[in-house]
Design a protein around this ligand. Structure first.
Ligand code: BGC
Length: 798
């Protein structure tokens, strides 16, 4: 059964009593999600200002255009500006404006969207004012940060990406859409598709890591999941790919910091996930806070107009980030509010989130012809198109009783657990007692001590405290799995603090145990927005706790909870088993308990390079080679001669990460055969012909390798394909991911894993910033991660 069929495909829209148009709003939802609007068109003829209805499946649906134009014609400049104005009318997610007169503003047609309103009754209250009191009855669009689930909480996006499974991401965002839409939220500010190369940046937690290929696959999966097969289905929500663009390259990893990104690097690394989101039909994008090469992203006509509108043909809505229009003043490109509004507006930002500067100044800018009516119309078109595509004109209200029924479906909870299971990355699993790998834990263990501040729900590793759904802490789940009386619990320390007495009690507890499970890491508020860290080690006294417990000599499995990789080199040397659990969401407790006992074989893989030390950051596998690569030099020793000194290296740390991008262990083992390719000679002319024809054609090359499960457990392995091009007009990275597949393998089973490489795989952004194939030497690896695999050589000839 397809996943979507397990969820109700419709919900009803009871109407506000007394609404004068209640007769006309009626919809029937047929199997397969087809929406049939019965009578709203009739309404259009009977009530002036009412908008004729028709179904909109996506923002690319040109049948919406006539409706957009007919609405535009009826609007005053003030009403048009109103559509471009958004305020937060709930829990603020940044410093606000202090405004609260939203009822009056909506009645005057001065607000197009509200964010952070999460009570269905409140949503209907505002919507009723828009639909009944405002002259044109244009519905308000309600937006919210629905990031990794609405109420059913999934792993953070970094964890979801570590599944390397876009289908799980799509299903998770479908659940999020179903729950949020039932609450009246039809717009999420997600997915965050920023490339993140620096673990100091707290928002690494919100994205899919460092790679543009994987990031693009995840971006498209989120959009498909949120938006479903039709945007106007009642359980679809509009996606918003953010933060456009380059926000993840913040200097020093400090949030909101400026970035310097060449056009080449922008096109090769930072733009592709946004382009993928646009291709997948995202209804909106959010312009970022950062300035890039001195130009703030929320006033950058090159990215917002040239690339997004002209090159990609995007027809949806661009919303600013929170007050990023106002921040143009602090960034130094505007000396006052009117200039900030003008620069953002002319730069290509349609909707102003929170700053109020469009509301305050656009009218005056039009009057002085610093902004033109045609530009205003174009921005309003983008907003109206999204509202029409969502079917909001036909269905402005939310059923106030529907939300509860949509939340926490057993299938949703099961999916959250499955996602958590697949997101766990086994970083290390060395020998425990008897020379066997410590994990999975042997049955019949009498006493397991769970030690550390993240072992229960008090620090919310499994999700926000305000969720009311069923949640099982790790200790509770482990107790259930191991049997009552077999698990003891010691906090050991807080996340940021701790006492000698707590550490001593934990050590005493460890001494009585057969096995210790350490649950250490960061609280959820140590990653995400405004949560950059200059140090990436365990916070507080946790390192001390770790070392004290390990010194008891008991076998220790360490579970790291965090929104980023943590530098714990001592643990990687001295602790036999380490799992990166990220922040695993509400299924995290059971997922970890099942994984420790081997009911689940870990299969997650890293989507970011795991640093040895913060001094290596930014750290990413798809870097350029230097003129003096370290090659075979032993970087664990100080240089001894000219050859080992004058290479690109640190004196005090290897260049390599602690664990490379793509790495993740398993309770079984896999061996990879030789990589072979179908076409050792390619032609640049032919590749470019296919690229400019733009049609799905035959692959330019197939590559394959045999992968064998050499252990005694069934497992799922994500097989990765990388290429390198040499001899090109601009230097290309030492490796670039161009394909991946999750493959299930029974013990002893061998599968031939085959990749089809399209012409795009061999195209580069060349020295004229055009995407084209060039003559090059090509190396292809099929491998378990970005640092291994056998190479096959090919060539691109003229
Ligand atoms: C964040 C965005 C978020 C917005 C609304 C901003 O501070 O950068 O990612 O969508 O607030 O909450």
């Amino acid at each position: 059964m397809p996943f979507s069929a397990r969820y109700p495909s419709s919900r009803s829209f009871p109407l506000i009593p007394g609404a004068r148009f209640r007769r006309t709003i009626a919809a029937a939802f047929l199997g397969g999600g087809i929406c049939v609007v019965l009578s709203a068109a009739l309404f259009a003829q009977t009530e002036p200002g009412r908008i004729p209805a028709s179904a909109g499946s996506s923002i690319a649906d040109t049948s919406l255009d006539a409706r957009v134009e007919s609405i535009l014609q009826t609007m005053t400049p003030e009403e048009k500006i109103g559509q471009l104005v958004q305020y937060s009318a709930g829990q603020p997610t940044g410093p606000g404006t202090g405004r609260t007169d939203y009822d009056d503003m909506i009645a005057r047609g001065q607000i197009g969207s509200l964010l952070n309103v999460i009570e269905p009754r409140e949503i209907n209250k505002y919507e009723k004012i828009a639909m009944e009191k405002a002259r044109l009855h244009i519905p308000i669009l309600f937006g919210l940060d629905v990031i990794h689930g609405f109420k059913t909480e999934f792993p953070i996006p970094l964890g979801l990406a570590s599944t390397w499974d876009p289908s799980i991401v799509e299903k998770a965002s479908r659940v999020a859409a179903m729950e949020a839409s039932a609450d009246g939220i039809r717009w999420t500010f997600s997915p965050m598709v920023d490339i993140a190369r620096d673990a100091r940046w707290g928002r690494m937690a919100e994205g899919a890591g460092e790679d543009p290929y994987l990031g693009s696959a995840m971006a498209a999966a989120y959009v498909r999941g949120y938006q479903g097969s039709r945007l106007d289905a009642p359980d679809s929500i509009a996606a918003c790919a953010k933060h456009y663009v380059g926000y993840g390259a913040a200097e020093g990893g400090r949030d909101y910091n400026s970035t310097e990104i060449s056009e080449h690097t922008l096109r090769q690394f930072y733009l592709p996930p946004f382009h993928a989101a646009v291709e997948a039909g995202t209804a909106s994008l959010m312009s970022a806070f950062n300035s890039m090469n001195g130009v703030p992203s929320s006033a950058n006509p090159f990215t917002l107009k040239q690339v997004l509108r002209k090159e990609w043909g995007f027809r949806g809505l661009v919303v600013s980030d929170w007050n990023s229009v106002g921040e143009l003043i602090q960034q130094g490109v505007a000396a006052d509010g009117p200039t900030a509004a003008r620069k953002a507006f002319l730069g290509g930002v349609d909707m102003d989130m929170v700053s109020s500067l469009y509301h305050d100044h656009l009218q005056q800018l039009l009057g002085s012809r610093q902004a033109m009516p045609a530009e205003l119309d174009e921005a309003v078109r983008h907003v109206l198109r999204v509202k029409l595509a969502l079917g909001l004109f036909e269905h402005p209200y939310v059923d106030e009783n529907a939300a509860a029924k949509a939340l926490y479906h057993p299938e949703s909870i099961a999916l959250a657990q499955e996602a958590a299971e697949h997101s766990l990355v086994l970083l290390k699993n060395a020998s425990g007692p008897g020379g066997k790998a410590l994990l999975p834990l042997a049955g019949g263990i009498q006493n397991i001590a769970v030690i550390g501040p993240l072992g229960d729900d008090s620090s919310f590793p499994n999700g926000a405290p305000n969720g009311s759904g069923p949640r099982v802490s790790f200790t509770a789940a482990l107790t259930k799995r191991a049997g009552a009386g077999h698990v003891s619990r010691f906090k050991g320390s807080g996340i940021l603090d701790g006492s000698d007495a707590d550490i001593a009690a934990a050590v005493a507890g460890a001494q009585k145990a057969d096995v210790v499970v350490l649950t250490l890491g960061e609280s959820p508020d140590m990653s995400g927005e405004a949560a950059s860290r200059a140090n990436l080690g365990l916070p507080g006294r946790q390192e001390e706790l770790l070392e004290a417990v390990v010194h008891t000599g008991k076998p220790v499995a360490l579970i790291l909870f965090s929104g980023r990789p943590l530098t714990v080199p001592w643990a990687f040397e001295h602790v036999p088993a380490v799992i990166a659990a990220w922040l695993p969401g509400m299924g995290g407790g059971p997922a970890l308990a099942r994984t420790l006992f081997g009911d689940v074989n870990p299969s997650g893989k890293l989507v970011v390079s795991w640093p040895r030390t913060v001094g290596q950051e930014p750290l990413y596998y798809n870097a350029l080679n230097t003129g003096r690569p370290a090659g075979d030099v032993d970087l664990t020793r100080p240089p001894t001669d000219l050859v080992s000194k004058y290479v690109s290296r640190y004196l005090d740390e290897p260049n390599s990460p602690q664990f490379p991008f793509g790495f993740g262990g398993s309770y079984t083992s896999y061996s990879y055969g030789k990589s072979t390719i179908s076409t050792p000679r390619l032609s640049a002319t032919e590749l470019n012909k296919s690229l400019s024809a733009g049609v799905e054609g035959a692959p330019a090359m197939t590559a394959e390798a045999e992968v064998t499960n050499t252990g005694s457990r069934a497992g799922e392995e994500t097989v990765q394909l990388y290429i390198r091009l040499r001899g090109t007009s601009l230097a290309e990275p030492v490796r670039m991911l161009k394909g991946f597949q999750r493959v299930a393998l029974a013990p002893g089973e061998t599968k031939k894993v085959k990749f089809e490489l399209k012409p795009e795989a061999f195209a580069i952004w060349n020295d004229r910033n055009q995407l084209a194939a060039e003559m090059a030497k090509v190396t292809v690896w099929i491998s378990p991660d970005s640092a291994h695999g056998s190479a096959a050589e090919a060539e691109i000839l003229p």
